[in-house]
Design a protein around this ligand. Structure first.
Ligand code: ZN
Length: 295
């Protein structure tokens, strides 16, 4: 197989089944690592589903064995210095800027901004998760209204290993309770689907072979409700989360997140403390195996 970047065509696929849109991240050989290009293709796909009056519900999926390994921190298609049009914020181009300015502007737009924008999609969204849902992938699952996971799915945010207090869309203490959020972040370990369900982070765990059928059945059932009623209900619950402080917590934590990036840049080789996909994956694997051996 040719692993060159130029062979990557559609990073996001769009399909329709009756009144359900299925938006699929499509970089399976890189575990659907999200680069800026994929983020923009996702945004276009969401828009397509929003303006299509036939579509009532949107499913977000990942092709291959994994939902997503998170942000692209090391594939040949990594594009962190490339400028794309700003959609979620009105910041200037980051690509030719230095230091904290570069990273702050990029992450404000591509991570925090885009995720908040997708959370406000006025149609119900369901994340359909199999395999890895790690770090930046959590943000994509969390902005969806519901999360259905295969029994082989696992969730982790190992970025404290980089000295960073969680991924940019800091919803951790709202997606699980605060004590669980501390454990989730301090340990950085894989949390299997069943535990994520017990923590209240996901709605349903199903056998891997039935993931698509079960998610589609849920989507179609929701699709029987009136469009505007669903949109108002979504807004009501999102407003409740914001009044519980989620938006403010996310803004204040974004500043801490960027203190961490700046600290890393001052004390190590880059803003990620010199860690790469290999070392991050190894840390997850080791911890997982250790847990297995202890139980
Ligand atoms: Zn960051």
């Amino acid at each position: 197989m040719d692993h060159q970047q130029e062979t990557e065509k559609d990073l996001v696929l769009f399909s329709k089944e009756e009144n359900v849109a299925i938006i699929t991240m499509n970089r399976p050989r890189f575990r659907n690592a999200q680069n800026a290009r994929m983020t923009h293709e996702l945004d276009q796909a969401f828009n397509r589903a929003i303006i299509d009056d036939e579509i009532k519900v949107i499913i977000l999926a990942g092709s291959g064995k994994h939902f997503s390994a998170g942000h692209d921190i090391g594939t040949p298609g990594r594009d962190i210095h490339k400028n794309f049009s700003r959609i979620a914020t009105n910041w200037w181009d980051h690509g030719d800027k230095d230091g904290a300015e570069n990273i702050f502007v990029r992450e404000q737009e591509l991570y925090l901004g885009m995720c908040r924008r997708w959370r406000e999609i006025p149609k119900p969204t369901i994340a359909m998760v199999q395999g890895a849902c790690v770090a930046g992938a959590l943000m994509l699952a969390w902005v969806c209204d519901l999360i259905v996971a295969a029994d082989d799915a696992f969730f982790a945010d190992p970025v404290v290993r980089m000295g960073i207090p969680g991924v940019e869309y800091f919803a951790h203490p709202y997606m699980m309770n605060p004590r669980q959020a501390k454990e989730f972040l301090y340990m950085g370990e894989r949390v299997p689907a069943n535990r994520a369900y017990e923590m209240g982070m996901i709605n349903k765990v199903v056998p891997a072979a039935e993931l698509k059928t079960e998610t589609m059945a849920m989507a179609k059932k929701i699709g029987e409700m009136p469009r505007f009623g669903l949109a108002l209900t979504k807004k009501a619950i999102n407003q409740a989360e914001d009044r519980m402080g989620m938006r403010d917590v996310m803004d204040s934590t974004f500043a801490l997140h960027h203190v961490a990036h700046a600290h890393n840049s001052l004390t190590s080789e880059d803003h990620l403390a010199g860690l790469n996909p290999k070392s991050m994956a190894a840390s997850l694997k080791d911890k997982n195996e250790r847990t297995k051996n202890e139980s």
